[in-house]
Design a protein around this ligand. Sequence first.
Ligand SMILES: [Zn+2]
Length: 323
Amino acid sequence: MVERNGRVEQRQGDPSEHLVAVTIDIEDWYHGPSVTGAPYGAFEDVSAFFAKWNDRYDYLSEPTRDILDLLSQFDIRATFFVVADVLENYPGLVESIVSKGHEIACHGLHHACKIDPTTKQPLLTPHEFMERTRHAKQALESVSGRTVLGYRAPSAFVAGWMLDCLEDLGFQYDSSLCANSLFNKTDSQLKGVGTAPYYPARNSLEPGPSREILEMPMPHLRAILKFPASGGPFLRFFGARYILMALRQARRRGDTLFYFHPIDICNEPFPGGFTKKRPLYWAAKGARTRRQIGKILTQRDLRFCTCQEMLDRAHARLEEGSP
Ligand SMILES: [Zn+2]
């Protein structure tokens, strides 16, 4: 049997057998928590932002095309977690991702936090969460022509009740958690959560018995403490060497994933005012980060894949281990 305490345990053996899913979040600068995505943002939501914003907003399309070229160059297929309102405001962008054979997953309708970043209490009812997420899933499916199987919580704020709703909506995996020693963006202690995929218990994020939804956590680097290594700021600040150390260590525990955003490689400064509130957060974006991503994707010992491939593998393992 390979399933133990809710974890899809991997057989001992060569870590090079384990997969590294390449995951990319499709969102723009204004989706961030300081602008629209959180209760403390400058605008109530994305609609309020567009009602008042008269300047250029698109800093996403060009770096996304650049990332697509990079993936084609290395013949890598990835999973793109797309904020569904990108379909309206960036005509053709998601279609261009689909046309290259990548997987489309859901990153919320408007990239809004569903739980309070401080208290972790729900900011909307499960019914409201389900209706919005159903809408996002259907919109993404109509463009991709395929069932959307995966979800990633905006800004990684996630709760056990959300995974129950996702399962009821037909999602087969979530990829939002990052168990680490520096912060916890969830409503759970994450005591039993590592870096390998696992089944969460109902209304909890701790490992539980097998069910229809699998969690694919982000990697961390264990060096006495657990340091987050989930792309985004950690990729921009600490570079490929740090991320690769974490990926190779996580790979010893099972399948893992690499994560970044196209706006991580945007060379232009984002509109002033909002990003100035977090001057360090975007400090290292641009060409340097693009080089770091390229360096990671050229590592020949890593077996890159989509989340769907990782999911298929987890299912195959469970079947293999069933009596
Ligand atoms: Zn995001």
